[in-house]
Write a protein of this length. Sequence first.
Length: 345
Amino acid sequence: MTSDPRPHTQPPAAAPAVREDDWRRAADLLRDADEVALICHVTPDGDALGSMLGLGMALRRAGKRVVASFGDRHFAVPRLLRFLPGQELLVEPAAYPAEPGLMVSFDVPTIDRLGLLTPNAGKAKELIVVDHHPSNTGFGTVPIVDPSAASTSMLVEQLLARLGYEVDRDIATCLYTGLVTDTGSFKHSSTTAAVHEMAARLVATGLRTDEIARELWDRSPFCYLKLLGAVLGRVTLDERAAGGLGMVWTYVTRADRAAYCLPYEECEGIIDVIRRTDEPDIAVVLKEDDEGSWQVSTRSKGGADVGRACTALGGGGHVRAAGFTSHDSPEETIAKLSALLGPST
Ligand code: AMP
Ligand code: MN
Ligand code: MN
């Protein structure tokens, strides 16, 4: 175990990542709007969907017309996230406004992560971008982008405070889901004092942290265990990969999922089993989606910057958690990734 010795009181924060002007402009636009179109990244995770629905419920309560969506070809809320409140705000991509007056994106680093709804964002009059990815490309008209935030939902909480909107238990459930998923249950290095302080404020609304944890991590259909058995059976450890940092990796094909009648989203948690391996710094899971492309999840323990490598391969993410899409075989993809990864300086 290592830990930085820190004085009991936090030192003053570095220059704020989000300009005061942009905070004000985002709050003014939202306050003045009658209609707001919300969007999060394709194959939404807890932070993307939780942030979007959390702000959406508050806006609706303030009397605004709200639509929310994500641009997946097969539009469905992942099973693990079906407990989230606010899903009545969701509309299919086909019903989404073609040229929204005010649009807000959540947890989206690059505009193409809006999938089918990328053209709608291009035509939006104003686009507020709420995000915490270091790889954010700066699209949109009002950037609320802070890579030091552990989750996009942390930025949504600040936005709600500036708007003077109350955070009730349903909104808190959504924001907490973003916080707890992106910090890996408060385990990742992004788990600062500010994260715990926000969690305390949310828990005080009466939300059930035990029920949220069970929905997110502690349940799965029986055939998931069978799939896991197959996938773990072909795991590879290459201690010389990535300039000696080492890599453990495996893959899940469409055929594997078909054999066990499991949708793509059920594979999202496999990386959390693989990355616990002691020997290597890097863990990778390649997941074949329904279109036959490979969605690649990468994790590092801090020795390598997987975000940089994934960005170079057309994806994005953070230093310790990132991803990209590949059309090569798993072996070829691993070779390309390994060549890009080495000890970070
Ligand atoms: P995942 O492995 O899917 O949990 O994703 C880990 C991180 O990488 C998240 O911050 C994602 O937003 C990001 N990420 C995953 N896939 C992609 C992609 N194809 N393009 C950009 N970012 C991605
Ligand atoms: Mn995300
Ligand atoms: Mn996030």
